[in-house]
Design a protein around this ligand. Sequence first.
Ligand code: MG
Length: 288
Amino acid sequence: MKMKNFTVSALFGFASLMISTSAQADEDMSKPEIKVETRKDANGKELLYMFIDGVKVHEVDVTKAPLPKVVTPGAKAGDAPSDAVVLFDGTEKSFRENWTDRKGEKSEWKIVDGALESVAGAGFLQSVGKFGSCQLHLEWAAPSNVKGNGQGRGNSGVFLMGFYEVQILDSYENPTYSDGQAGALYGRKPPLVNANRKPGEWQTYDIIFHRPLFDKDGKVTRRATFTVLHNGVLVQDHLVLSGGTGWKGPHAVTEYIAHEDKGTIFLQDHGNPVRFRNIWLRELKDRE
Ligand code: MG
């Protein structure tokens, strides 16, 4: 491997340095197979050809380097693209088609001005569909009528696969423990910054989630990862999650518990009328 790197470095100087740096960021530096060839073009001019993992750089044969699928983006940032699964579009129909309570029955959450509102005591909202790794977009607003403080103010949360909570909280001038504020992986990791808008204002979460993998004995073979943008600001940067986020006491959370490849999404009823709108996701392939 060293010899190969040396050869590539000698040939490509600075460019190869970038390749090496990129390889270091990868989990397994030995993985990229780089081969370099010199060929002559029609005019006899020598050209360099690099093959990375067997694929020629700037391969034009689409059978060897298929063109990415076309996805039509939404009209504006935050709108659902053409390949999204829309989980709530502001209508009663999409609410009832896509969400139930935890028992799979009609939820007591309600629609107010086109937004889905948590109702105290109604319990978690549960998606009808099951999903694994995904890109999830949702918008939420803490109550404009500010009540309570700390964890008691504008508390909700979005649980991926029913296990991993990205905290929702009115964290605008409302201190609480850092791994419990908005944008935190609850009990596991505080957000990088506090990007909250004021109570009552709409806020966005864009979440890139890769599910954990388990072996047949239920042992974790790859941890879950989260990248989260809160109002367009990076708050979780490819976080490798160290376990579950389930509350287990004032200073304790749950560990990983083996689960299926797909699971339901929960929106938390924490007793506060937090609102939601424009919820959609794109299912992602797992990187084994
Ligand atoms: Mg919560």
